[in-house]
Every structure is written in C-alpha cells, then in structure tokens.
Design a protein around this ligand. Sequence first.
Ligand SMILES: Nc1ncnc2c1ncn2[C@@H]1O[C@H](COP(=O)(O)OP(=O)(O)OP(=O)(O)O)[C@@H](O)[C@H]1O
Length: 346
Amino acid sequence: MVAFEGVTKHFGGAKGQPAFTALGGVDYVVPKGAITGIIGRSGAGKSTLIRLVNGLELPTSGKVIVDGVDVGALDEAGLRTLRRSVGMIFQHFNLLSSRTVYDNIALPLEIAGIDRKTIKARVRPLIDLVGLSDKAGRYPAELSGGQKQRVGIARALATEPKLLLSDEATSALDPETTQSILELLKTINRDLGLTVLLITHEMEVVKTIASEVAVIDKGLIVESGRTFDIFTRPRHETTQALLSASIGAKLPEWIRSDLKSEPALGERALVRLIFFGETAFQPLTARLVAEIGPDVNILAGAIDEIAGEPFGSLVVSYPADPATLERANDFYKQTGLATEVLGYGA
Ligand SMILES: Nc1ncnc2c1ncn2[C@@H]1O[C@H](COP(=O)(O)OP(=O)(O)OP(=O)(O)O)[C@@H](O)[C@H]1O
C-alpha cells in the first residue's frame, strides 16, 4: 500500500550552498493492514519520511507509491484526493480552538464539500468510537490532552482513509493516557483494517502496538522486520542503542560504565541471555548453574512483552576463563539461546 523506491530528499542547496541530505535512498515497503513503527534518533529523517506519504514533502529523487499512485506525479487536485485517503495525527493535536469537538471532526468533510446530513451520519459514530460521546459540544480548551488526541484521531478517520499516519501522537501525553490512545489505535487497526504508520522516539509505543518496525539512521533504513525479531535481536548499532534503555533487563549504570571489551586475568564475562516465553525462565536458571558452574551470578532479569509476545532477558556473569567460556558456549549452542556479550569486568 505504501512503497518507498530509492527515495532521496535534499533540503536547501540554493545559491551555491551545499544541499542537506535528509533521506539518502530509502527502499521500504510498509506492510498492508499492520501497525508499523519507524524509529530513529532525532534528526534521522522520520518526519521527512512520513511527510512524503501524504505529499507534504516531495522526494528529490525516487518514488513514493501510495495505493498504486506515484505521489510525486500528482497535481494539486490529485494531492487533495490523496490526503483524503491518508489520515494524519500529530503530537500537538492541531485542533482549531474556535471549533467544537463535533466541528473539528467535521472539518475535513466540510472542506471536501460533503452535505450536512452525510457529515452528521459520519461524525456521530466517530465521536462514539473515540469515546467522546458526552463531549461533542465542548471546545479543545475544555479537553485533556488524551481527549484532544481522540478528537485528532476521529478527525483523521472522517474521510474514511485506508492509511493513518501518526507523527509522535502520544509524545505529549502521560504514560496512562498514552496507553489508552494506543489501545484506541489498536482497535481502529483491527476493526477498520486500517494500515497505521507511526513515527515515535518512544520504544514503549512500538513495543506495545507495532507488529512491524523499521529503523532509520542518517536518512537510510538500516533494519526492518517483525518488531519481536528486531527488538529481541537488534543487529544494527543504532537499534541496539535505541533499545538499550527500554528493552529487557536493564543493567545498573555502575556496572555498565565499568565494562571492557576484553577480559583481564581473573575478570568475569557479562552476558545477556534472551529467551522466549515466561516458562523458560525457571528451568533456565537451574541449568545455567548446572552446566556452566556454581559461580554464575544473575545481575538483572525481566520478563517483557513485545507486540503481544512474551520474552525474557537475563544478564549473568561468570568467570572469563577459557574453560568456563567454553562450557557456556556449548550450553548456548545446545539450547539455541540467543546471547549477547555485554563486556568484561571485575
Ligand atoms: N524544511 C527543512 N529544511 C531544511 N532542513 C530540514 C527541513 N526539514 C528537515 N530538515 C533536516 O532534515 C533532517 C531530518 O529531519 P526530520 O525532521 O525528518 O528528522 P526526525 O528523525 O523526524 O527528527 P526528530 O525526531 O528530532 O523530529 C534534520 O537534520 C533536519 O534538520
């Protein structure tokens, strides 16, 4: 439904100034019907990428294809039609303060020239869907942040789009409100079959609702796939850095800051073990001691959930002598455990 084909985007470059490359050649197909998260550091190009989908930006080269249509080739009328089939929600809601909840949601339909009766038949169920049945006549200033975002979502759905773009939609909300908005997006995705493409700097958001994820770094997609696979086995260093603070067991800073890349004599290896399903946790710890030796320490452990699938993460340390390391590696091979050597320390 959305495909980026060799997309580049340069900014500036006028009057002999060198152009800034925000996107350096993106090839990516957004999975239809799924919720996909785009993650990346600040300035990586997330907003630019998402703004290309509804023609708020046009690519310098390459193609952005939405529902079989090349966005770059559209004229103004074509872009207006495209924007009706692509809803968008924003971090700061972008509601009109002089309009009520009902009138904000009705706005895109008024702009499209739809008659009042049809508008009413469309807007009323949307107000119910987003849980604001008793707030139709209220103004944005009378609403909480979460309620404002619900209006934003209903407004984005008013033109019955097939695709919903979300630009940091929960970044201004507290964790509890964020959860309720994410639940709403999940319901919309499931019940309306809407494809959702969201950009966020919050890994929790992706972990909670996105079944697919793409990682953008310096204007390129460096890693993409099922969120569970990417989050449990991140390969690119940017993904690893983005996830280090939010996924699985967290190492106390005083341990992390002392880690070295090579062991000195008598030091210990610190290893993260990743396993799937809560049931694996108990037998694993007993087997670790039995197979590697009694001098295994557990430093941190957590059962986490990614896109609805549980996984566990355990950080252990053991002596970094050749015999112990060999026993450990044999054990990991036998069990097929995913491991990551975090470093070595005293
Ligand atoms: N209109 C513009 N003119 C010039 N440079 C721009 C413009 N829009 C974006 N950029 C630059 O392109 C790069 C990518 O910006 P973008 O907003 O896409 O990043 P981002 O990943 O969304 O970052 P953040 O998470 O901080 O919003 C940045 O270095 C930014 O300064």
